[in-house]
Design a protein around this ligand. Sequence first.
Ligand code: MGD
Ligand code: MGD
Ligand code: SF4
Ligand code: MO
Length: 887
Amino acid sequence: MDSLKAGNPSVHTTCPYCGVGCGVVASPDTRQPVAGDAEHPANQGRLCVKGASLHETTGHEGRLLFPVIRGHRAGWDKAIEEVAKAIRSSMDAYGPESVAFYLSGQLLTEDYYVANKLAKGFIRTPNVDTNSRLCMSSAVAAHKRAFGADVVPGCYEDLELADLLVLAGSNAAWAHPVLYQRMKTAAREGRRVVVIDPRRTATSELADLHLPLRPGTDTVLFNGLLGWLADGDGLDQAYIDHHCQGFGEALASARAAAPDVASVAKQCDLPRQDVETFYRWFTSTPRTVTAFSQGINQSVAGTDKGNAIINCHLATGRVGKPGAGPFSLTGQPNAMGGREVGGLANTLAAHMDYDSPDSRSKVAGFWGTSSVADGPGLKAVDMFEAVHRGDIRVLWIMGTNPAVSLPDSTRVREALALCPTVIVSDCVSQTDTTAHADILLPAAGWGEKDGTVTNSERRISRQRSFLPLPAEVKPDWWIVSSVAGKLGFAEAFDYDRPADIFREHAALSAHENGGERIFNLAGLAGLTDTGYDALEPVQWPVLSGAGATGSSRLFTDGRFVTDDHRARFVAINTILPEQKACDGYPMVVNTGRIRDQWHTMTRTASAPRLLAHRSEPFIEVHPHDMARLKLLEGHLGRLTLKNDHFVGRVRSSGEQRPGEVFIPIHWNRQFASSAVATVLTESVTDPVSGQPEAKHGRASLTPFRASWHGRLLVRRNRPRRWLADYWCHVPLHHCDSWWIAGGQPVQWQGAVSDWLGGAAHVVMADPAQGCFRAARIINGQLEAVLMVDHDPARIPKAGWLDDCFSEPELSESSRRTLLAARDVDVEDPGAIICSCFQVGERQIGAAIADGVESVQGLGDLLRCGTNCGSCIPELRNLIDGSVGERV
Ligand SMILES: Nc1nc2c(c(=O)[nH]1)N[C@H]1C(S)=C(S)[C@@H](COP(=O)(O)OP(=O)(O)OC[C@H]3O[C@@H](n4cnc5c(=O)[nH]c(N)nc54)[C@H](O)[C@@H]3O)O[C@H]1N2
Ligand SMILES: Nc1nc2c(c(=O)[nH]1)N[C@H]1C(S)=C(S)[C@@H](COP(=O)(O)OP(=O)(O)OC[C@H]3O[C@@H](n4cnc5c(=O)[nH]c(N)nc54)[C@H](O)[C@@H]3O)O[C@H]1N2
Ligand code: SF4
Ligand SMILES: [Mo]
């Protein structure tokens, strides 16, 4: 904050997207682009394109600006009173368990802390869970089983120091881009990378070995590795003897499940020599890090997968050492902070669980309440089932969009519709979840809110506010504390600022902590307000005295936080469910992230350049399946499970395994007609962690028969008077736009005014080609454009037309080429590959045709790939002439 004191208005804060937790320098003048914070240890100045676009997402369009009660705007007094009344009457009539909180890893630690305290300590409902259940809970459970506590032992530097980097179920190139850049930059002679993922992703670009295993079979692969280590003199027997327990049982299970390499290769559907290569590299490389993410966690066997990985690290003594350790990559900016405060239903607070001795009375004593909730509450999927049954009658959702992100989201929406009182705190007004809210509470967003977050390497960083709170918007901690006050708990929630809450949270972590809880912020409990404002990024534990500088690695001495300080091997004998691709739904549906969108798109879709890379939901299909199912590249396809559908643009991809498709999780009912991935993933959960299996849905796949395809561009905020079987909303810089398609032929000449919002002024029709284009111009300004064709590939790109909407008076030349949709003198760049500099596939293709042979050469010529670097894998693909971007 020195810069602030010096009168420079820039503020050092933290990116609100992924768990890398990059430092950002932002300005209250939101026209100024944000910059990477060169001094932040996570990113050292780097940003990915999402981070670099943050200033474009802080506008007020679409924001929830006032409390709303049953459709009517209300003041805060009334809203707080209504929330308190609903909670109180449900507690009185049905007991405290009838009230539930569903929180989020995107809340700040301070917000999270007060919500957890109110629920578990004062309302005394155990039913508090968080979207981290869908994200990190398998890793949490695996850490607890192995180490005795939910601890990531290593730090980011380990990913650079490792001589063997194993990336299991992680597409870091797209999901943790800055960390991926760090891994990439650390490449050196002899450093090897293995990527374990059923599909070949952008991350595989870094791989010396890619293992496209059969989905779900990771436990077999790592069980096989444990047996191989034992057979081949790969064990660190001294470490096992002195620091671990349970090796014998774990090895016996491993041998039973994966007797030899041939069996592993068969079960995982991998070439035997590739499995062997992986095993040999692992055995011979002391500095090995296995980083894992959702391909591991989001599985019926997620916890077992995590422990199968950790087993191999324990067996080789590779935990908490420079360049060696298992490394769970967290997803959300504060996934880790939520675990610290105890946001998960099976935890209490500050890494204390219900089952650890005295923790309930310790926490109750500290909070000044007579008791806390009795025991663990319902985990997310079960919580929404209880809502559906009517057992939970008041549900307060903060900072998450469960109508899109929970599995079997059709049933989740039913539950929300049945629930007597749904309270939603969010920053935006229209989401698939706010649609079901009885009470809507406007929450502060990034730039407005103030507090702390913890990243994947346990590093606590400040998110500082630099923008005023718009309209009636309030921070989440204030909203929760106000409701607590109204419920009669004012004394325990008497906070004036986030620093008050942080000090309390830090003090609770140290409270009666004789070292049995490794999460300890004793050194931060006495922070002054100024100290809190100036807090530099620091890794917990932060002990008092000499330990106050934080801790980069844990368990370095092989002492763990179990009763006997030994780590536990876990016997992994997961019986994989039979491949359930049957009964008419033969395709396995894998779901995940794309590079430039964040979750349900509430923020990233407001930055048009983030929609340039992929503007539509898509289905990636292996070429054999394309041919077999008569699917056409660039046309639409439909995945069906029972009565639910996902419609997206078909992309032929040799990077898929046959019989498996990949779809993005981002689109939802606000942005597309039917592209919610979670209607295809059922509510199957891991028995230990309760984390849903989000990577293994099932569906049938057919072409979506459209007789026409189109693109519609309309001046922003115009009423919509059209219907289409397929639509996808793509907000552009100067107008709104939609991809559209329909099954029935349309007489365009007669219907065009519905689409354009009035009569067309320029029309071009070629019925023989199935082509129709029309535009509407009002007072010299472009008002709307419609482009229709039977072949979607012939519909022009919208970039040039978008610019036309900004012209106060359309120029004569623009008018002339309006329906060609481009300035005839300027080359069409093609599909955007580099979002930072908006460089397209055609430009890149032309440069390659002109002889550019390297990514660096492309960067020198076109600047692509020279900022965040996220597009480098795709640039390399284009150079290699292998599978590049197609739509
Ligand atoms: N751009 C972007 N970045 C994000 C996010 C975002 O929304 N957008 N979200 C953030 C969040 S909350 C999270 S949790 C992280 C997630 O980060 P990641 O986990 O890296 O991302 P995903 O795309 O969900 O899944 C990773 C990979 O798991 C693979 N996979 C599927 N099944 C299996 C399997 O059985 N075994 C193995 N080994 N792999 C499998 C998928 O093919 C996929 O490539 O990303 C964070 N970063
Ligand atoms: N099929 C399938 N399903 C998945 C996944 C998958 O890979 N496949 N991934 C899962 C994972 S890992 C995750 S993390 C979830 C993510 O899923 P969600 O958490 O449901 O997705 P978001 O879009 O991030 O929702 C966050 C909401 O909070 C709002 N918000 C942002 N900041 C704040 C704030 O400070 N306060 C408040 N009150 N609101 C705020 C945003 O506007 C948005 O509406 O999805 C899960 N679901
Ligand atoms: S990698 Fe990108 S999204 Fe993740 S924290 Fe850094 S800038 Fe934000
Ligand atoms: Mo996540």
